[in-house]
Ligand binder design. Structure first.
Ligand code: F6P
Length: 554
């Protein structure tokens, strides 16, 4: 029997002895404060740290003890996290509702690796596509690939949404200092025509390459934007559809769909149904990124992913960083009623990192039935949110410090600024990082009423100026934000999400919850246009649609 099959033989999570033990332990911990935990163990800061690749992870500022960690690891063992992980790496169909393998790890496997799906080794095909992408990227970057009028390509516009947008858009920002600064790279996702309008309004069509990125090639936003982009191009160039071949390429699993759209399948970069959309930016979906940073840097990024894959697959539970991060999230959700998780990068280049993680985490683990279709009685995925740290400090950090909610947070930073930063700006980096370290400290240890009073605060202000502290954070520190480090970070979060889904016993790889809205939008659009069917809508939607039609003069 496959390891996915054995999962249903277990007791439900909340009836398991390991869960009960954790509950008892939580009650014993009571209101323990990080100040006490640090006082009891002067070496806690070093002891509660791990290293994977270039990533140093400090988890000392978490509300855990050695016993908590041991109990959490026992939970992981009892829930079969390692077995499901191994099944994933082996190419078993662990996405049970879609009956698909989950093999984003194969996208960064080395050339010689053997990973089989339905008896076929998928690694050669992965590398064939990577080689095709690299050859294409080299031609575009060198100017050998020209547009319809013979001009070289200077603008790249990726059209895609969700996993076909967020990954490359995030990584392009993250790795800007590694990009060819002569290329303009933009990302269009929103079906709001404003997105495409703003992306192309100052571009020369003759120098513009559109990358239509869609796993299914049926996503309405993407097909609508791609059709509009094609119309724009042909109008701007006063050309007929022959011009499309030089200005449009596709990234998809759907060859016939690409061909129907009018893109030559020779200009299609393929991937496969075992790559989930939100796990796809290291597949052909990363073509825009590869064009920007070049094939070598892209491969360095893949090596970074692979390094963490291997760590996750082979490291002992005590040293396994994704396992630890996953377990900490389970701990706070179940036993502290934490509803959300903040990701706070102290790097401007990671401005889209949290938005990317929102899809990765919330589309994966935003589920309320288990793998057997039964309602879950425990918390599943948290609301993931955050923006670059220093900006957040002047906005919502107030609530994290003094609000009423438990919000575990990740603080991410880099010892060195990017290599091409203007020399005059390098000194600012110490201030940036001082803020990161200061926030971790303030969140953990706070400021007692006695400390506030000793500073001379009037008695009535003491409660207002007191910081309770005890807010848990993980700090992730690396030397520099390089392509490899970015790959390591993303793989870390991918596997963290995996661990949590395995413990919660949910299918982290489907996304049925996005379907209903898509279907209803298709039905409502004609109502908005011609008014027919308005009466069949519920009274709220009918009133809104009616008002909309009036405002549009219909
Ligand atoms: O929003 C649902 C979703 O299916 C995502 O999972 C996916 O990343 C996105 O739409 C885009 O899908 P596609 O790449 O098929 O256009």
């Amino acid at each position: 029997m496959s390891s996915e099959g054995t999962r249903s033989d277990r007791l439900p999570l909340d009836r398991s002895p390991e869960w009960a033990e954790l509950g008892k332990h939580r009650a014993q911990l009571g209101e323990v404060h990080l100040r006490e935990l640090f006082a009891a163990d002067p070496r806690r800061g070093e002891r509660y740290s791990l290293q994977v690749g270039d990533l140093y992870l400090d988890y000392s500022k978490h509300l855990v003890t050695d016993e908590t960690l041991a109990l959490l690891r026992q939970l992981a063992a009892a829930r079969g996290v390692a077995e499901l992980r191994d099944a994933m790496f082996r190419g078993e169909k662990i996405n049970i509702t879609e009956h698909r393998a989950v093999l984003h790890t194969a996208l960064r496997a080395p050339r010689g690796a053997v990973i089989e799906v339905d008896g076929e080794n998928v690694v050669p095909a992965v590398h064939a596509v990577l080689d095709k992408m690299a050859a294409f990227a080299d031609r575009v970057r060198s100017g050998e690939w020209t547009g319809h009028t013979g001009k070289r390509i200077r603008n790249i516009v990726n059209i895609g949404i969700g996993g076909s947008d967020l990954g490359p858009a995030m990584a392009y920002e993250a790795l800007r200092s590694f990009t060819d600064r002569e290329l303009t790279v933009r990302f269009v996702s929103n079906v709001d025509g404003a997105d495409l309008h703003e992306a192309v309004r100052d571009l020369d069509a003759a120098e513009t390459l559109f990358i239509v990125a869609s796993k299914t090639f049926t996503t309405i936003e993407t097909i609508t934007n791609a059709t509009s982009a094609r119309n724009w191009l042909l109008t701007e160039l006063h050309a007929d559809k022959d011009a499309v071949a030089k200005h449009f390429v596709a990234l998809s699993t759907n060859g016939p769909g690409v061909s129907d759209f009018g893109i030559d399948v020779a200009n299609m970069f393929e991937f496969w149904d075992w790559v989930g959309g939100r796990y796809s930016y290291d597949s052909a979906i990363g073509l825009s990124l590869m064009l920007a940073i070049g094939p070598d840097a892209f491969r360095e990024m893949l090596a970074g992913f692979h390094l963490v894959d291997e760590h996750f697959r082979t490291a002992a539970p005590e040293d396994n960083v994704p396992l630890l991060l996953g377990l900490l999230g389970v701990w706070y959700g179940a036993f502290f009623d934490a509803q959300s998780h903040a990701v706070l990068p102290y790097s401007h280049y990671l401005s889209k990192f949290t938005a990317y993680l929102q899809q990765l985490d919330m589309e994966s683990n935003g589920k309320s039935v288990d793998r057997e279709g039964q309602p879950v009685r425990w918390q599943t995925g948290p609301v993931v949110w955050g923006t670059p740290g220093t900006n957040g400090q002047h906005a919502y950090y107030q609530l994290i410090h003094q609000g009423t909610k438990v919000i575990p947070a990740d603080l991410l930073g880099f010892a060195k600024p990017v290599a091409d930063l203007q020399p005059g700006l390098v000194a600012q980096h110490d201030l940036l990082m001082a803020n990161l370290f200061a926030q971790g400290q303030a969140l953990a240890f706070g400021k007692t009423p006695e400390e506030v009073a000793a500073e001379g605060a009037p008695a009535e202000l003491v409660p207002h100026k007191t910081f309770k502290g005890n807010h848990p954070t993980t700090t992730i520190l690396a030397e520099e934000l390089t392509p490899s480090v970015l790959g390591q970070l993303i793989a870390l979060y991918e596997h963290k999400v995996f661990v949590q889904g395995a413990i919660w016993n949910i299918d982290s790889f489907d996304q049925w919850g996005v379907e209903l809205g898509k279907v209803l939008a298709k039905k409502i659009e004609p109502v908005l246009v011609d008014g027919e069917g308005l009466d069949a809508l519920d009274s709220s939607t009918a009133a809104l649609a009616g008002r909309y039609r009036t405002l549009r003069g219909r």
